[in-house]
Design a protein around this ligand. Structure first.
Ligand code: LLP
Length: 432
């Protein structure tokens, strides 16, 4: 569900605001987020878990814009972070430290120190060496670090290999069969407080069964830990619930919640959820302008195919190039009549720079505006300055209000912090 729809004048709008008007004001490419969609998704997800104590910790890597995070913190949400940078941004977007969970395989000492100083809810620890480091850092700071071990349940999430994380060949977590030994070791450390168990098996899951498998395995471990007297009070089941980009039929958050709640029934624990994509994915679009069109003979030599060269590229939205992901592409204004086969490509100097391949699309012309749909998750947050392209502006709409929530970068921003090596500085003319 989302709040992007065509109005009576044939204009694609975000809530009550025409995307064309946003493009006119801010230029393109521009990311546009619907506040109503974000809030609705959060409430639906949060309400789905009403039967059990829980915290929805938004996985901010999906979209780290401060206004997006604040939409969720205003609704009582916490945040799932994976770096010191995310910690700083989460706090400045109003996240309560006691609702922040910190995951990731490579936490640095300064990041652990900062998280301890702020008093976060827990560290999701991914290796024995990380446990040792956290114990040592907490010791130096005369603190106890709240810890859960991220267990790797060896479950195939049946998603793209780059975003599968819960297989034993993946770098994530501690294998669930070894976890008990590490829990026993952790429980003996003076500066570690064992508080929970954590698991995250992958992203864009469209089937419940891998979640159920993983939850069953985690439940057995929680039972064993409790039997050994470990004070497990938090069970973090990660994120990963998929969304519809094309023809996927992911489970409704309610079905997902029922399955998870069922798996942990009877335990006196607080569930921690780390949804990312499901909250923000369909709440954002990337608006781009067609710069040029170029016909080429179609591969079978019988017809023509087109390139629609647009002003957004793989640096703005990496998903199609990186994972071969599908994003629907809609006209922002009136839809031209007819259909052609086309690739929608960006200006970047790589053949891998495309937003869509071999699509049947209207015969767009230079100057037309297109909306790349479902771009709210892992869109701007994965964008880069490749080809020295300034990153896009971000806009949030609420009803008939529209505000820039991140300025478009300038050419100056792109080289910020860079300096010419002194030995390359222009030579003074030699004196005679
Ligand atoms: N928790 C942990 C520990 C994670 O690693 C992730 C995502 C999440 C939660 C949130 O997962 P979600 O609910 O968004 O599926 N760039 C890829 C997705 C990478 C996911 C990384 N981890 C993409 O564009 O599809």
């Amino acid at each position: 569900m989302h709040h992007f729809a065509v109005n009576r004048q044939g204009q694609l709008c975000c809530e009550d605001f025409p995307l064309r008007e946003i493009a006119r004001r801010t230029g393109t490419p521009v990311y546009v987020y619907s506040h109503a969609t974000l809030a609705h998704h959060f409430k639906v997800f949060d309400d789905a878990f009403a039967a059990i104590p829980h915290i929805v910790c938004y996985s901010m890597k999906a979209n780290s814009n401060g206004s997006v995070i604040r939409t969720f913190t205003n609704l009582g949400g916490g945040v799932d972070i994976v770096s010191g940078g995310e910690l700083a941004r989460a706090l400045s977007a109003g996240a309560k430290p006691k609702k922040i969970v910190y995951s990731g395989v490579g936490k640095k000492v300064w990041e652990i120190e900062e998280a301890l100083r702020r008093g976060i809810l827990m560290f999701n620890v991914e290796s024995r060496e990380e446990l040792e480091t956290i114990d040592a850092v907490a010791g130096r700071m005369r603190k106890r670090a709240p810890v859960s071990i991220r267990v790797n349940p060896d479950v195939d999430p049946k998603t793209h290999p780059y975003i599968s994380t819960g297989l034993k060949k993946n770098k994530f977590g501690i294998h669930i069969r070894q976890a008990m030994k590490d829990y026993e070791w952790a429980a003996r450390r003076r500066h570690i407080e064992v508080v929970g168990v954590d698991c995250h098996i992958g992203s864009q899951l469209t089937d419940l069964s891998p979640f159920l498998d993983a939850a069953g395995r985690v439940r057995r471990l929680v039972d064993q830990l409790l039997a050994k007297g470990m004070p497990i009070r938090l069970v973090d089941v990660g994120g990963g619930l998929g969304i519809r980009y094309n023809d996927e039929l992911p489970p409704h958050p309610k079905e997902y919640a029922n399955a998870v709640v069922n798996a942990f029934r009877g335990l006196d624990v607080t569930l921690v959820l780390e949804p990312g994509r499901v909250l923000v994915g369909n709440a954002g679009v990337l608006v781009t302008e067609v710069l040029y069109t170029k016909p080429i003979p179609s591969p079978d030599g019988k017809g023509r195919k087109y390139f629609f060269i647009v002003d957004a590229a793989m640096n703005d939205l990496a998903r199609p190039s990186l994972y071969g992901s599908y994003h629907a592409i809609l006209p922002v204004g009136k839809c031209p009549r007819g259909r052609v086969t086309a690739d929608v490509v960006g200006p970047i100097c790589e053949s891998g720079d495309f937003l869509a391949k071999d699509r049947t699309l209207p015969p767009y012309k230079a100057g037309d505006l297109l909306a790349v749909m479902s771009a709210g998750a892992y869109g701007f947050s994965m964008s880069s300055n490749y080809n020295s392209r300034p990153r896009a502006a971000e806009v949030m709409v609420s009803g008939d209000r529209c505000e820039v929530v991140r300025e478009r970068e300038t050419a100056r921003d792109v080289s910020r912090g860079e300096r010419t090596a002194s030995f390359l500085a222009a030579k003074r003319p030699a004196r005679k």
